[in-house]
Ligand binder design. Structure first.
Ligand SMILES: Cc1cc2nc3c(=O)[nH]c(=O)nc-3n(C[C@H](O)[C@H](O)[C@H](O)COP(=O)(O)OP(=O)(O)OC[C@H]3O[C@@H](n4cnc5c(N)ncnc54)[C@H](O)[C@@H]3O)c2cc1C
Length: 383
């Protein structure tokens, strides 16, 4: 792994850094609630899009810049450095678009990719169900063929951003006669139909970032099957690998910022002289560096072997654990303000609770690391 940037990479970084200085996001709205906040992020994505910075890693033919993986990492580092918000259509940009690029038909790419980039059409991920989270292949939502359409009935849960979404990456069962992961199909479901009801689920932070979806005979045209009927498991894995690799890289940069803020606050309060705090901060610093280098190694492997490897699970596990520790330390350093509703510190503390569940629980990630990174024997569960 060589972390020295080439001339081209340095030019890429300098151009983006300059653009971010000249084009900061508009001020974060202080009222208007979640909808106003989301509109603000949508507006920010639109600005990135207009300047060609919404998804530089996408090939130029789809509206990106054909950036290399290293340039893509630089992109996330610079966005983090500038402390700008996440683009509104994060799931479309990091998960949906890349999945369509691998599995989509030319018509699907032509139709869907551009509105993802511009945030005109927001995407959500309809994978989890009340009885199928970690064990995704057990999902029960059914799709039955009716002429040149599919009729879908079932329930999804924890669907982030569904309330703003036009399209849902939906995995449904199309064949219950075959082995469970072979009977799945990946669809693009139009969320704007009566048959899809969205009910918000309020989190500990007070916001309703995710939702329940009740689907009662929703219609999906055959043209919206992605990757072929019965091939949904493989297509879903592409989405999940992009979730752990792409999102993982962006998130570890946010963690570094949070820790830097904690260190600054600890310094201002004279706590860096206190051995207890200094020890915890040093531990978190080492963890952050480890995660950063692992994330870079993941990119190098992806560049070398053509796809992200199972190490992405290690980054996601260490990031979620370290982010929880960092937000807890922040509460000790900041004091009562960090435990007061409505402050950014209390938001970080409470939002971090879900980190060890979303995008793969820690237990499941540890299984993947044990089996696929360390090569330990597979766990056999007695039945
Ligand atoms: C903030 C947030 C946002 C989310 N957004 C989305 C979204 O947009 N779309 C979407 O589809 N889903 C989303 N999810 C759902 C998330 O992917 C699931 O919660 C996760 O996959 C776990 O599934 P589950 O909740 O059904 O728990 P379960 O799978 O039922 O797990 C329960 C417990 O059992 C443990 N466990 C399960 N299997 C094993 C095993 N084999 N070995 C050891 N332990 C095991 C788990 O670690 C966990 O502790 C989101 C979740 C959160 C918290």
């Amino acid at each position: 792994m060589d972390l020295t940037f080439s001339e081209r990479e340095r030019a890429f970084r300098d151009e983006l850094r300059g653009w971010l200085v000249d084009n900061p996001p508009s001020p974060e709205p202080s009222d208007g609630g979640e909808d106003a906040h989301y509109a603000w992020r949508r507006d920010w994505q639109r600005r990135l899009y207009d300047a060609g910075w919404a998804a530089p890693a996408w090939p130029a033919e789809y509206g990106g810049r054909g950036a290399s993986l290293t340039e893509s990492a630089i992109y996330f580092e610079e966005l983090g450095r500038a402390r700008v918000p996440f683009a509104a259509n994060t799931l479309g940009l990091l998960l949906g678009g890349p999945t369509l690029m691998v599995w989509g038909t030319p018509e699907q790419k032509e139709r869907y990719l551009s509105p993802i980039l511009s945030a005109e059409e927001i995407w959500c991920q309809g994978f989890s169900e009340p009885d199928a989270g970690s064990d995704l292949a057990s999902l029960k939502t059914r799709a039955v063929k009716d002429g040149d359409e599919w009729v879908v009935t079932g329930q999804k849960v924890w669907t982030s951003g569904a309330q703003y979404s036009k399209w849902c990456m939906l995995v449904a069962r199309t064949d219950s006669e075959v082995a469970k992961h072979k009977g799945l199909t990946y669809f693009l479901m139009d969320m704007e139909q009566e048959a899809v009801q969205i009910r918000p689920l309020r989190q500990i932070t007070g916001e309703a970032e995710f939702n329940e979806l009740f689907i009662e005979e929703a219609r999906i045209p055959d043209a919206n099957v992605v990757g072929g009927v019965g091939n949904g498991w493989k297509v879903a894995l592409t989405t999940l690998m992009n979730e752990r690799a792409g999102l993982g890289f962006a998130l570890q940069i946010r963690l570094r910022q949070l820790l830097d803020d904690v260190i600054q606050a600890a310094g201002e309060k004279g706590l860096l002289e206190n051995a207890l705090y200094a020890d915890k901060i040093a531990d978190l610093h080492v963890r952050c560096e480890t995660i950063r280098l692992l994330a870079w190694k993941g990119l190098t492997d992806a560049e070398r072997y053509g796809q992200p490897g199972p190490e992405g699970s290690l980054v996601k596990w260490l990031w979620s654990d370290t982010n929880q520790r960092a937000t807890q330390l922040a509460a000790d350093v900041i004091g009562p303000e960090a435990l007061t509703s409505g402050t950014s510190w209390s938001y970080e503390l409470m939002r971090a609770r879900g980190n060890t569940i979303e995008g793969g629980t820690t237990e499941v990630l540890k299984n993947i690391v044990a089996e696929r990174v360390l090569g330990l024997p597979r766990l056999k569960v007695a039945v």
